[in-house]
Design a protein around this ligand. Structure first.
Ligand SMILES: [Zn+2]
Length: 347
């Protein structure tokens, strides 16, 4: 009771303010904090209107209590307002909550830039030790973040989905989903800069509020923000990440969103083409690629338009764009006056 008064009551507003400053308004109308006995099955748990905190986090100063509280607060966004569509994708909630726990906690303590860096490095080192030990001492198949791979999120005819390894007793004690997810997000944040990364997350939580998502959706959302923000550092990192492999429909969505951009420099278009191997994609994807090429007068892509017109006339006609593409010519681009290519109906 004394520890609650001494630490917890002061920490709650500080940690919540730090979370709001990072991700925006709290996703739920009410929040209670319930202290549970130390034999509770975990140190903390989040549900939409209640955070359960174990008595075990209270003694010994504010550090353990504060970090746990920040972790559970982060679940309001990742785990509750936005959830994993398939429980084999729990890294989406635990990876984010672990990553955001450090961000919230540093802001709640109002640390200086150097102090934040030092604290985050120390945490990363401790987590690295824990991850290394677990990887060395657990079954390899349990360490995979997406054990169902391509069939993740698939439902049977009855509407049920199977949780792979859900009955393995040791699975619930493993931290690998927390830690690998955390290191992935830390690496992304370091690549593009923490401020830009957190700004992207703020947009992401608004866009996907109330949805159950898969890793691909997460990657699509992040890719969109990164491409739109023209993050040069990320462009070097992207092609190496198998997590950012997009399905054809996701690529179409990505390219359509990029078509709304007023400017995209040739380097971005070059990286975009190389990253997603756009010339090897299906006609729907290449159609959007051609639109981007025309809109931004990207000369290395002109031969892709010629090929598209030659080989994919049916798609052209179906999309009502043949008229517009035929107006186009590399030498005198008659599309200059047209606001957007490919949306004009010729009938
Ligand atoms: Zn958690």
């Amino acid at each position: 009771m004394e520890s609650c008064k001494e630490y917890l009551l002061q920490l709650i507003p500080q940690c919540l303010s730090a979370a709001y400053a990072t991700l925006g308004t709290h996703p739920f109308a009410r929040l209670d904090v319930l202290i549970v006995p130390s034999n509770f099955s975990s140190l903390g748990m989040a549900s939409p209107h209640i955070i359960f905190l174990s008595q075990s986090v209270l003694p010994g100063g504010s550090h353990l209590c504060g970090t746990r509280l920040c972790h559970e607060i982060a679940h309001a966004w990742f785990g509750l307002a936005i959830g994993a569509r398939d429980w084999t994708e729990e890294w989406i909630s635990e990876g984010f909550a672990t990553f955001l726990e450090d961000i919230f906690w540093a802001r709640a303590q109002q640390l200086s830039h150097d102090e934040i860096k030092g604290q985050q490095e120390l945490k990363a080192l401790l987590r690295w030790h824990r991850l290394r030990d677990e990887v060395q001492n657990s079954e390899e198949e349990l360490q995979v973040l997406r054990p169902k791979k391509e069939s993740t999120g698939e439902l049977s005819e009855s509407g049920a989905s199977v949780v792979k390894y859900g009955l393995k007793a040791e699975k619930i004690f493993m931290q690998v989903h927390y830690l690998k997810g955390y290191f992935l997000l830390r690496s992304l944040a370091r690549t593009i800069g923490e401020v830009s990364f957190l700004a992207s997350l703020q947009k992401f939580v608004i866009k996907f509020h109330g949805q159950l998502i898969l890793s691909q959706v997460l990657c699509l959302g992040l890719s969109l923000t990164f491409w739109k923000n023209k993050q040069p550092k990320l462009l070097d990192w992207l092609p190496k990440s198998s997590l950012l492999v997009l399905l054809p429909d996701q690529l179409v969505l990505l390219l359509e969103s990029l078509l709304e951009e007023k400017t995209l420099c040739p380097r971005i278009l070059q990286y975009l083409e190389r990253t997603y191997q756009l010339r090897e994609q299906d006609a729907e994807v290449r159609h959007r690629w051609c639109e981007l090429v025309i809109k931004h007068k990207y000369e290395p892509g002109y031969r892709d338009i010629e090929r598209f017109l030659r080989e994919d006339q049916v798609i052209c006609q179906k999309l009502g764009c043949i008229h517009v593409f035929l107006l186009w010519s590399p030498k005198h681009c008659s599309l200059r006056k047209l606001p957007r290519v490919g949306v004009f109906n010729t009938t």
